[in-house]
Design a protein around this ligand. Structure first.
Ligand code: HEC
Length: 177
């Protein structure tokens, strides 16, 4: 009896894992600095004293030229840095841009055919999944609901939930030349 119960419980656990959605699907793109293409640097990331470098893999670049949705296998990684401060205000370089201090996080969005089906229509962002990593590459255990919600504000726009879609399209066009 106990054995059967234990087996049933294991079966249930396996089922739960298969059905699980979320950041566990997204691997740390450890080689983004060498294998991906940098498409943008944004100052004042999310309105704060932070900068973001955005990198796209080849599938994202090849499918990101126009306005249509990206292909399965697209990965975009964003390295978030704190900005150097001077008396509490961001220090600026000769061009008036913020200056990177420390790498704080690497945020990743990745899409694959069939991903996202577990979410409600309201939360789902097409086939995208999200995950945050610390500078050592360890995945954050925080829920990714806020990633979905904030990127979800682009729903209905020809951007495929990518804020830096304009920069991605420009980088894609440059690659084709
Ligand atoms: C409050 C809004 C907000 C939240 C929450 C948010 N993002 Fe973003 N994200 C942005 C904005 C805005 C950008 C564009 C970069 C910029 O302007 O600094 C961006 C850019 C990105 C990019 C680069 C591709 C793109 O869309 O431009 C990735 C990857 C990304 N975010 C992942 C994540 C992940 C993972 C989470 C959750 C851990 C998350 N984001 C949470 C607003 C948000």
């Amino acid at each position: 009896m106990l054995g059967r119960l234990a087996r049933a419980a294991t079966g249930l656990l396996a089922l739960t894992c298969v059905a699980a959605a979320g950041p566990e699907k997204v691997d740390n793109p450890a080689d983004y600095l060498t294998k991906f293409t940098k498409i943008a640097t944004r100052d004042a990331h999310l309105g704060g004293n932070a900068l973001a470098d955005v990198y796209a893999n080849d599938i994202a670049l090849r499918s990101g030229a126009g306005e249509s949705d990206l292909a399965s296998g697209a990965i975009i990684a964003m390295a978030v840095f704190s900005a150097k401060l001077n008396a509490g205000e961001p220090a600026l370089d000769a061009e008036g841009r913020m200056i990177k201090d420390q790498l704080r996080a690497v945020n990743v969005m990745e899409k694959r055919t069939g991903w996202g089906a577990e979410y409600s229509e309201a939360l789902r962002n097409g086939e995208w999944e999200y995950a945050g990593f610390n500078p050592q590459g360890v995945k954050s255990a925080n829920p990714t609901t806020s990633c979905f919600e904030c990127h979800g504000t682009l729903k209905g726009l020809p951007m495929d939930f990518i804020y830096t879609r304009g920069e991605l399209a420009e980088a894609a066009a440059r690659m084709k030349k």
